[in-house]
Every structure is written in structure tokens, then in C-alpha cells.
Design a protein. Structure first.
Lengths: 116, 111
């Protein structure tokens, strides 16, 4: 398994500001993922972050709004930029520690963001 | 478009009885299906999975059934225990690479 930590665990932010969420894994992994869980909705993939390359964003998500860094194989950040109340959500990072095809993902505890 | 749906946001079951959580999907090309359990303030944890070439997989008290013709997946928990109270997500895997998650079902097992 992989142990994943996220910072902050929760935050309350003002409209128009930005928040950077950190994700730390206890082992080196190739692929890291960022998800959003909005109230009553599906867990939605924002982007895939591979070390050494640009993140790949899913439809409806853009780099200007959700810039991602992946400086090494154990760490990634997701920034939620120019926030609005619609960005209030739980943000989770996850990894596939054994690579594609093994079918199991491990998730961080999530960051609960409230935008006023 | 939501390709994986869990139409019951909540379910309440008496301890010792069976819990049945349901999941429907729209894409017949999904390769693999998984169930995750999530406690408050924690990330989802993997519970059980099933390949699209099978119709049943059992692991202790947990059994997952797959009905491909109906595009329906279910998780059975027998017997249910209070510690099973959590939110359960079903997920489908496309091309062994991309996950699609349902919105979750909150299970409450009453002592």
C-alpha cells in the first residue's frame, strides 16, 4: 500500500484568493491524480500528474484554474486559483503505486475547502 | 455525463442483516469494477473488485456481483456490522487506465 498525506486538511478562503494543496506519498510513484468531490456528486478526476511532464487535465478543468506541480516522485501540489464559492469541495490526491493495470488506487485523506 | 451512478444516497440496515449497495453504469467497455469505502476525514480505501469477465467475486463478508447485460453492479455485505457504517463508492475502470466513480452511498448499520 501507499501512505498519503495532504496539507491542509481543511481551509476556509475568501473569494478571489488562491489555495495550494500539498500531497506527499511515502514511496516513489509515477502517476499521481487529483480529484474533486463536490457535495452529492461523483468523485471527479481533475488531472493526472506525472513527474517530469505537464499535467494532463480532464474536460472542464484548465491549467490556469488548477495549476499542478510535480517536482519529484513523492510530491505534488494542486492550486485552486481565483476561487469562487463553486470551488467549495473536497480535493483528494491519489496514486497507483504499482502502475497502470493493477487497478487499485490509494487516496489521501482529502482537503476540505470552503470558499466564502 | 455521469457514466457510473449510485442512485441511493443512503441506506440503513440492522446489524447482522445483509447490506446491498447498488451501482449502474452506461459504458459497456469498462474493464474492471471496484468498490471503495470512505470514513469521515479519511480518503477512500479499496474494498473489493471484479473483472468484467466475471460475474461474482467474494472476499469474506463482502461479495460483488456483476450483471453485464443490465450494466449493474452490487456489493453485498453479510452480516453487516456497525463498523461497516461508511460511504461506499463504486468505480469503473476504462482501458485499465481511467477511473469513473459513482457519487457514493452512505451506509448506516444500526446496532
Amino acid at each position: 500500500s501507499a501512505v498519503i498525506s495532504q496539507k491542509p486538511s481543511r481551509d476556509i478562503c475568501q473569494r478571489g484568493t488562491s489555495l495550494t494543496i500539498q500531497c506527499q506519498v511515502d514511496s516513489q510513484v509515477t502517476m499521481m491524480f487529483w480529484y474533486r468531490q463536490q457535495p452529492g456528486q461523483s468523485l471527479t478526476l481533475i488531472a493526472t500528474a506525472n513527474q517530469g511532464s505537464e499535467a494532463t487535465y480532464e474536460s472542464g478543468f484548465v491549467i490556469d484554474k488548477f495549476p499542478i506541480s510535480r517536482p519529484n516522485l513523492t510530491f505534488s501540489t494542486l492550486t485552486v486559483s481565483n476561487m469562487s464559492p463553486e470551488d467549495s469541495s473536497i480535493y483528494l490526491c491519489s496514486v497507483e503505486p504499482w502502475g497502470p493495470g493493477y487497478n487499485e488506487q490509494f487516496f489521501g485523506p482529502g482537503t476540505r475547502l470552503t470558499v466564502l | 455525463d455521469q457514466q457510473v451512478k449510485q442512485n441511493s444516497p443512503s441506506l440503513s440496515v440492522q446489524e447482522g442483516r445483509i447490506s446491498i449497495l447498488n451501482c449502474d453504469y452506461t459504458n459497456s467497455m469498462f474493464d474492471y469494477f471496484l468498490w471503495y469505502k470512505k470514513y469521515p476525514a479519511e480518503g477512500p480505501t479499496f474494498l473489493i473488485s471484479i473483472s468484467s469477465i466475471k460475474d461474482k467475486n467474494e472476499d469474506g463478508r463482502f461479495t460483488v456481483f456483476l450483471n453485464k447485460s443490465a450494466k449493474h453492479l452490487s456489493l453485498h455485505i453479510v452480516p453487516s456490522q456497525p463498523g461497516d457504517s461508511a460511504v461506499y463508492f463504486c468505480a469503473a475502470l476504462y482501458n485499465f487506465n481511467k477511473f469513473y466513480f459513482g457519487s457514493g452511498t452512505k451506509l448506516n448499520v444500526k446496532p
